[in-house]
Design a protein around this ligand. Sequence first.
Ligand SMILES: Nc1nc2c(c(=O)[nH]1)N=C([C@H](O)[C@H](O)COP(=O)(O)OP(=O)(O)OP(=O)(O)O)CN2
Length: 369
Amino acid sequence: MPDHLLHVAAAGFESACRIDVLPEGHRSRRLHGHSFLAKVRARLPQGWASFPGGEVDDLRARLSEAIAPLDYALLNERVAHPTDENLARWIRGRLAAAGRGVPGLEQVGIQSTLHSGVDLDAKDHAHVWRRYVFEAAHQLTGVPAGHKCGRMHGHGFEVILHADQDLGARDLGIDYDHLDACWAPIHAQFHHACLNDIPGLENPTSEIIGAWIWERLKPRLPELSWVTVYETATCGAHYDGRHYRIWKELSLDSSLRLRRAPEGDPRRRIHGHTYNLRLHLCAPLDEVRGWTVDFGDVKALFDPIFRDLDHQPLHELQGVEDNDPASLAKWIRDRALPALPALDRIDLYETRGSGAILSWGEEGPALPV
Ligand SMILES: Nc1nc2c(c(=O)[nH]1)N=C([C@H](O)[C@H](O)COP(=O)(O)OP(=O)(O)OP(=O)(O)O)CN2
């Protein structure tokens, strides 16, 4: 599949709102507030940014301009019914507005809390997601002898339910409360349990947990598009009824310079970021192990490349066009693919939610930032 390169940016705003399209008595009809995060994904044409390598900063600047009227405002004075869906629509309208419009907009999202949000795509599909937490024990029964996950241990697991729905002109997609109601019986079974004791979860890898949840929820929730299981804060699996995808996240502390920034621009100086790198892999399930690729193997196989990047001056790295996230993601892809042939997507964020996504397979769901 050809490369699909997206530039992504995020920016926050603090606002109050009342959601009066919800049923009488719903808590969100009352005046309340959120620290919202707006997110944009765009396929930017070459030459769009003020200089090569400046795409992420320019995109974030446009997003910040677009959301400025929402910050410290009562949203109902700006957007008729400020649901997450309508906020995303409103921001998309401002981003696309004639003149200085952002080209190639693929998705505009709103994260209204750390646990819920909506991503609106170019075809007006609302990708509604909601995150749940459960505390449980498990032991993997198909791992090689001596593997740490073969011992009984536990996690603060997290699950994200993703629903995809053609929104049309509606103010609301799938209601978060409906997702909560679908999740509640599973939470009752999983929370404070040993997952191995649950029928069908005798070998509860993240992949198998995701598929188990999918089988039970899909009949009740036809819009369900993916189930995501976070096993730890840095790794997990997605399932959509057909594909297993996993990711492993790593943090890189590195310096850079944007050599093509204009004269006098501080980004020409050596500076730095704590990058968040997510490696995504898609592979069939290994029926013996119960997983696709071991998260630990992904980390170990990537380690030589990690060592070239972490606590390193990226501006001295050979073969990187610019030090921007898109150039770095391509550099990483070229080096990592021989060791990780199932790798099909790299997310590289230089700050929270801002960076590049390079994929060359099916993309999988968006994760909260
Ligand atoms: N593809 C899968 N790989 C692994 C699974 C799994 O379900 N699917 N599960 C495990 C273990 O149960 C384990 O608890 C995860 O551990 P680990 O890979 O070490 O993840 P960490 O986040 O703890 O790793 P760091 O070393 O802190 O980065 C193993 N693999």
